[in-house]
Ligand binder design. Structure first.
Ligand SMILES: NC(=O)c1ccc[n+]([C@@H]2O[C@H](COP(=O)([O-])OP(=O)(O)OC[C@H]3O[C@@H](n4cnc5c(N)ncnc54)[C@H](OP(=O)(O)O)[C@@H]3O)[C@@H](O)[C@H]2O)c1
Length: 384
């Protein structure tokens, strides 16, 4: 004979209710058993002892209903007196916090002199648009004066609600020419008096095997991605220290934190960038100078097209990963917010690159195995 569970007291002394889901059987006294436990009983019916009615007795029903109503009332009281004010209070505090953050950011960026390298394309160009819209006085740097002039016209033609009255200044130089970099810094300081924010954005990528790559190629990548930004930073730093004010931004890469096969020179230059600017942050904190390192994953730009190969020639291929990356405008907005909020470091990447960064630190052996298998796969795909 199946039993359907213990009998529980149901509010009226001596009355018990079957605890089986859906059963409405009732009985009285100790040992009253569930209807289904005794032959001839059905759920909701009187037991063989005849001491209890099957369905809920009227008095017990009234008591149970009153208790339920009281419980519901208590819950509603708790919701209206505690949860609702707490919810609205938290929302209010959050909104106030965001407003204050926005006002602080606006004050910090408006009228700030912002130098952007590599402004002729990709992320640099989008940063120029974002910082211009934020009211900054821009200094756009690049190798191609025509492209820079075109960008200035584009920015001045934009009709935004807070039109920026400052026409951007342009400076033409090649980052791999250290002397030209130092001259450019002097020109910028002469023209604008000071620099509030320096965004070291320009860079080139690399594709090739280490064994086939000439040292000249490694040097070229390091000069553009590492020595160029370092030279520009060093040339502008004394004036920032003098003013005890300034913000230096390095656009690094996820590859400044992990190394991917066939990108050796690029990954090395970005690791060096990360290390240099981390040291700088610690050294200039005493002068109230901020340092932000931004490490993006893939961005939809011409970076892979312009990458250099083992023999120094242009790669000229739009990689699938680059084409499927974040838009440059999205990443530029992240850069703007990171600068406005004086963040020390930002990783702007999807889940897989972020996990890879953690894996490299937490479980290096597994990371190395994965990278070796990636190298094998890429080699096989290229038939080499
Ligand atoms: N795209 C990505 O997937 C990705 C991911 C992570 C990090 N990043 C980083 O983002 C930054 C911007 O790259 P991007 O993606 O916007 O690529 P991009 O479209 O190729 O832009 C690179 C910029 O750097 C300039 N540049 C290159 N070599 C230079 C040199 N020797 N002197 C002066 N300027 C030079 C280029 O000027 P020209 O127009 O004269 O060539 C161009 O304006 C780079 O530091 C890159 O490493 C990119």
């Amino acid at each position: 004979m199946p039993t359907c569970g213990e009998l529980r007291e149901a509010g009226t002394p001596g009355w018990h209710r079957c605890s089986r889901p859906g059963c409405i059987g009732w009985g009285t006294g100790e040992g009253s058993s569930c209807p289904t436990a005794t032959s001839g009983w059905r759920h909701g019916e009187r037991g063989p002892g005849g001491s209890g009615p099957g369905p809920l007795p009227a008095v017990a029903m009234v008591t149970a209903a009153a208790r339920k109503t009281a419980e519901r009332g208590k819950l509603m009281d708790f919701t209206s007196s505690v949860i609702v004010p707490l919810l609205f209070g938290s929302l209010g505090i959050f909104a106030l916090f965001r407003l204050l953050q926005w006002l602080r950011m606006r004050t910090y960026l408006q009228e700030a002199v912002v130098v952007i390298t590599g402004a002729t394309s990709g992320l640099g160009k989008e940063c120029a648009k974002a910082f211009h819209a934020a009211g900054c006085r821009l200094v756009l740097c690049g190798r191609d004066s025509e492209k820079l002039k075109g960008l200035v016209q584009e920015l001045c033609a934009v009709k935004n609600h807070r039109k920026n009255p400052h026409e951007p200044h342009t400076v033409v130089f090649d980052l791999s020419d250290t002397k030209a970099v130092v001259n450019a810094a002097e020109e910028i300081l002469k023209a604008l008096g000071h620099v509030d924010i320096l965004i070291n954005n320009a860079g080139i990528s690399f594709r090739g095997t280490i064994v086939d790559t000439g040292l000249q190629v490694d040097k070229k990548v390091m000069e553009t991605n590492y020595f160029g930004p370092v030279a520009l930073t060093k040339a502008l730093l004394p004036s920032m220290i003098k003013r005890r004010q300034g913000h230096i931004v390095a656009i690094s890469s996820v590859q400044g934190k992990i190394s991917i096969p066939f990108r050796s020179a690029y990954a090395a230059s970005k690791h060096a960038t990360q290390a240099f600017f981390d040291c700088l942050r610690a050294e200039v904190e005493q002068y109230d100078i901020e340092v932000t390192v931004v490490s993006p994953g893939y961005i939809q730009t011409n970076l892979s097209l312009n990458a250099v190969t083992a023999d120094g020639s242009r790669y000229g291929v739009m990689d699938k990963t680059t084409a499927e990356g974040q838009t440059a405008a999205e990443v530029a907005q992240v850069v703007l917010n990171a600068v406005g909020q004086k963040k020390k470091e930002v990783l702007v990447a999807g889940l897989t690159p972020c996990l890879a960064v953690y894996l490299r630190n937490l479980c290096p052996r597994l990371f190395f195995t994965l990278m070796a298998s990636r190298a094998k796969k890429e080699r096989k795909a290229k038939g080499s």
